[in-house]
Design a protein around this ligand. Structure first.
Ligand SMILES: NC(=O)c1ccc[n+]([C@@H]2O[C@H](COP(=O)([O-])OP(=O)(O)OC[C@H]3O[C@@H](n4cnc5c(N)ncnc54)[C@H](OP(=O)(O)O)[C@@H]3O)[C@@H](O)[C@H]2O)c1
Length: 352
């Protein structure tokens, strides 16, 4: 693609893809409604490390290099600044229908009366008329201050209540009926929770956002989600090396340093991050890696339209599964909960 521009300034700015990837070359997956979602999106959680400005600049620059799918959330605290980038992107000539924008409802806004106003706030901040996808970020009610440590607890935090979740979900369904949101979805749910949600939902989740990387492949949940015609969206697809301190434990591994990943990367002359992303896409997921560094997010996008992994590569990566969950969610625990495993329903029993 030709024409050029890389500055965020006026309404006449044209967003172009000069040294990037033609966005029409990036594959899509089809949601059960028939709508398309690009197989790669850019995450926007700055992990308490990158400023709103850093992230918003990356969104604008990534769009100028071919990204069309952005994963946002109100709790990341940067939707207002990202909205300025989205406006520049749209004013620059990218059509709204060519963008895929996600946002998420935070844990302290599950009350029925909060859902629609919260979504409207995200729309206002992002300067959009509608969202392509709106998720319930976590299936638990709680509140915690920004940047707290892993041992911080909210005494009002609650375990999963299916009745309460479905009341929130009904409001999510209303957002679709109102035309404010094209699709709704779940995030951080387990199989037993999703089974109940599917039983009672009028509008089926379009996606389930879940932690997925070579050292945490969640094969059972992945298969269940896919069989239900729901798209698995992979968060922390690189193993989240810049995640906040509260999400680190001494037994955590580093998927991008795994010798199997490194060897494939050398052979294909791409970086380890790209191997993780191509693996995720070929497996059937939609990964949403985060980066504010052009060299990183551009390498990944170029790899997405580049060489495929072989069946042998795919098998080798499937064999390095370690059941190593990084985003454990300690801070969402409710009074009386034993440890973070309670959030994840061991043995398919919903924890109370
Ligand atoms: N639904 C949920 O509860 C949930 C939870 C977590 C995340 N998410 C979403 O998923 C997105 C991604 O997850 P994440 O940020 O946790 O983890 P991630 O994408 O696995 O890791 C991001 C980090 O990987 C490094 N990186 C990126 N590209 C690279 C490259 N080409 N080569 C080497 N290193 C590279 C960067 O580290 P440096 O910063 O050190 O360069 C970056 O900060 C988030 O931004 C958010 O949108 C959702």
């Amino acid at each position: 693609m030709s024409s050029s521009i890389d500055k965020e300034k006026s309404v006449s700015t044209t967003i172009t893809v000069e040294h990037g990837v033609d966005p029409t070359k990036v594959a899509t997956k089809t949601i059960y409604t028939g709508a398309k979602i690009p197989v790669i999106g850019l995450g926007t959680f700055g992990s308490d490390k990158y400023s709103d400005e850093d992230v918003a600049k990356a969104v604008l620059d990534a769009a100028a290099h071919g990204y069309r799918h952005f994963d946002c959330a109100s709790v990341y605290g940067n939707e207002k600044r990202i909205g300025q980038s989205l406006k520049t992107i749209l004013d620059g000539g990218v059509k709204r229908e060519d963008l895929f924008i996600t946002s998420k409802l935070w844990n302290d806004k599950h009350a029925e009366e909060d859902v629609i106003p919260q979504c409207k706030q995200s729309l206002k901040d992002l300067q959009l008329d509608y969202l392509d996808l709106y998720l319930i970020h976590w299936p638990f009610l709680n509140h915690h201050a920004k940047g707290v440590s892993a041992d911080a607890r909210d005494l009002q935090a609650k375990p999963y209540s299916h009745d309460a979740y479905m009341k929130t979900w009904r409001q999510m369904e209303k957002l679709v009926e109102l035309g404010l949101v094209r699709h709704i979805g779940t995030s951080n749910v387990t199989k037993p929770k999703l089974e109940l949600i599917l039983r009672d939902a009028k509008i089926k989740p379009a996606v389930n956002q879940m932690e997925l990387h070579p050292h945490f492949q969640q094969p059972d949940l992945f298969e269940f989600v896919t069989k239900q015609g729901i798209i698995p969206v992979a968060f922390s697809p690189l193993g989240s090396p810049s995640r906040p301190e509260r999400d680190r434990t001494p037994t955590d591994s580093v998927p991008m340093d795994d010798p199997v990943i490194v060897e494939i990367a050398h052979r294909l002359n791409i970086d380890s991050a790209s191997v993780c992303i191509i693996w995720a896409i070929q497996r059937g997921a939609v990964p949403i890696p985060f980066s504010v560094k052009r060299v990183q997010y551009l390498n990944i996008l170029k790899a997405v339209v580049g060489e495929r992994l072989t069946d042998d590569d795919m098998q080798k990566i499937s064999a390095i599964e370690r059941n190593n969950r990084f985003i454990k969610g300690h801070v969402f625990l409710w009074p009386g909960a034993k440890d973070w495993n309670a959030l994840w329903d061991r043995d398919d029993q919903i924890s109370e």
